[in-house]
Each structure stands twice: as structure tokens, then as C-alpha cells.
Design a protein around this ligand. Structure first.
Ligand code: FES
Length: 317
């Protein structure tokens, strides 16, 4: 990660059951680079992990006093959630990246549906504040397993009033019916963040919507099942190196095996850090960074998850 801002934890507070909001300020008290709604920062934890967290307070200004993220307790955490909930304390020094935005709002969208599931509310909170401040025609549908688990519920009720619709699985006996929600098609765009089943369903139901009108941010990338992977030849043109990429490794694994240091962060196809220019080959894109047009032209790929559908992949590395 490009970790280049030294910050200190200035506050920690519970914003829902099992959800902590973490406020970070510059170590020397100066203003932090501003961020637009949808932006995230990378967070270098002292245990060596790097994680991406959406800024709940990104408001599109040139600078801001602090960064606020919200982190849910995840029983299946690979380390980030557990460390933050169990070890992080006020006053702790950390290093974060400058904000990055792969989930930016398009100013051309004036009628906007915001859809959040669980901890996916974090970028959506910032978007809701922006929609209210900009006077857009907007609605927010916020879903969670129960009311006690929806972060920022009180603030959203005050901000959104009757623009807010909540759905709690424990009261309705299951997840929200997206087909009913989407049927009116009254929005220019839907911005959604939540668990994979919700976003997969949204993707399927909006396949005929115009390009760019359905935007989402995922917590976790997709995967090609190991049984469907094929071996291919990898050439690193500038390095003058080549190898085979096996079925149980990623292109990034193979690059590292060749002794080449290449930037990465999430290793899940969601942050864009490992993007590599392609010179030859047909990428089998598995990331959630590139849009369909970018995927179709096979000029760039995320080497942490994407593979090659042809027998030879040449990268400009
Ligand atoms: S490292 Fe994040 S997309 Fe590859």
C-alpha cells in the first residue's frame, strides 16, 4: 500500500451492536487530504495486515479534520476486524494511505437510490449526507439482520426522514425483496454496498440497465473455482522473465515467485492496487474494479485475482 499519512486514533465509539466507529487525526494536528463520498483509505495495522475501509465522513472537500471509518466484528475475520475490535485504543499511532475512490458518485445522477446491507452502510452514510446537502432526489434503503446492528441508524433517521426505508431480517423473516424495490425504475442510478448475495442479486436484476447506472462496492472479490482454472504461460516483458501460472496460484503469486516486487493491497480484486498493463492475451477478469468496457478491451487486469483465458499472457512488467 502507499501508506503515507501518520495518524492517531482520536476516538472510538460504538455505532451499533458489534460495530465500532474509529476517528483518526493527523499525528501532527494538520488537516488531512479531503475525500469524496465513496472513498476509502488503506489501513496498515501493526500486526502487518493492510485493510481497506470506507470513509463515513467523506464530503468532497479539499481537506478534512479527521477520517472516520466503521468496522464490524466479523467472526470469519482474517485478522483486521478482530485486531481493531480487540486491540485498537485511543492514542494509538497508525499509518494510512491517502483516500482513494473506486465508488465515486456521478454528478449527472440526480435521482439516486442508495442501498446498503450490514456494514455496507459505511460508504452509503457519506453518500446520503452528500445527497441531502446537494438537494438530490434520493432514497436510502438500509438493511441489516436487526435494528441493533444497523450502524448510524439514529443519524440516518434524522438526516433522511421519509427518504429512509429500513429492512431488518429478524422482523421480516429474511432478506429484502429487491425485485419489488427495483420495479419502479425511477432512479438515474443505484449505489449499493453490502454482502455478496445482495449485490449478486442486484447485478442479475439490473442486467438491462444502462452502463454506469448500477454502481457497487464489494467487501470481497470473486474467485474462479480451483477446478475451473487452467495453466497458462506468463511473460513479464520488461523484466525478461517467464513462467507458468499453475491452477493453485494467482498471477500475482507467480510474479512474486519470479522475484519481482509488485504493488498489491487487498489481494481480492477490489482495491485496484495491483492493476497491470497487458500486452498480449485474453484476460479472465475476476475483479470488481474495472468496468465492463475496460474488461472487454483486455488492456489492463488485476493480477491478484484475474487469470488468462488464452494460453499466453504477456504483461508490461
Ligand atoms: S491487490 Fe487489490 S485488486 Fe489486486
Amino acid at each position: 500500500m502507499s501508506a503515507d499519512i501518520d495518524v492517531t486514533v482520536s476516538a472510538i465509539r460504538a455505532v451499533a451492536r458489534d460495530v465500532l466507529a474509529i476517528e483518526l487525526r493527523h499525528k501532527s494536528g494538520q488537516a488531512l487530504p479531503g475525500a469524496a463520498p465513496g472513498a476509502h483509505i488503506e489501513f496498515a495495522l501493526p500486526n502487518g495486515l493492510v485493510r481497506q475501509y470506507s470513509l463515513t465522513d467523506a464530503q468532497g472537500k479539499a481537506h478534512q479534520d479527521c477520517y472516520t471509518i466503521a468496522v464490524g466484528w466479523d467472526a470469519n475475520s482474517r485478522g483486521g476486524s478482530h485486531w481493531i475490535h480487540e486491540r485498537l485504543r485511543v492514542g494509538q499511532a497508525l499509518r494510512v494511505s491517502a483516500p482513494r475512490n473506486l465508488f465515486a458518485m456521478d454528478p449527472a445522477h440526480r435521482r439516486v437510490l442508495l442501498l446498503a446491507g450490514g456494514i455496507g452502510i459505511t460508504p452509503i452514510v457519506a453518500m446520503a449526507r452528500h445527497c441531502a446537502a446537494a438537494g438530490l432526489d434520493w432514497s436510502l434503503v438500509a438493511c441489516a439482520r436487526s435494528a441493533s446492528r444497523l450502524a448510524y441508524l439514529e443519524e440516518l433517521e434524522a438526516l433522511a426522514g421519509n427518504r429512509l426505508r429500513t429492512h431488518f431480517d429478524d422482523e421480516h423473516g429474511g432478506p429484502i425483496d429487491l425485485s419489488t424495490l427495483l420495479a419502479p425504475r425511477q432512479w438515474d442510478a443505484v449505489y449499493a454496498c453490502g454482502p455478496a448475495p445482495m449485490l449478486d442479486a442486484l447485478t442479475a436484476m439490473t442486467s438491462d440497465w444502462s452502463t454506469g447506472s448500477v454502481r457497487m462496492e464489494r467487501f470481497k472479490g470473486a474467485e474462479v473455482p480451483a477446478g475451473e482454472r487452467r495453466v497458462f504461460e506468463l511473460v513479464l516483458q520488461r523484466s525478461g522473465l517467464e513462467t507458468e501460472v499453475g491452477t493453485h496460484e494467482s498471477v500475482l503469486d507467480a510474479i512474486e515467485r519470479l522475484g519481482v516486487s509488485y504493488p498489491f493491497s487487498c489481494r481480492e480484486g477490489i482495491c485496484g492496487t495491483c492493476e497491470a498493463p497487458m500486452l498480449e492475451g485474453e484476460a479472465e477478469h475476476m475483479d470488481f474494479v474495472l468496468d465492463p468496457a475496460e474488461k472487454a478491451n483486455h488492456q489492463r487486469m488485476m493480477v491478484c485475482v484475474s487469470r488468462c483465458a488464452s494460453s499466453r499472457l504477456v504483461l508490461d512488467i
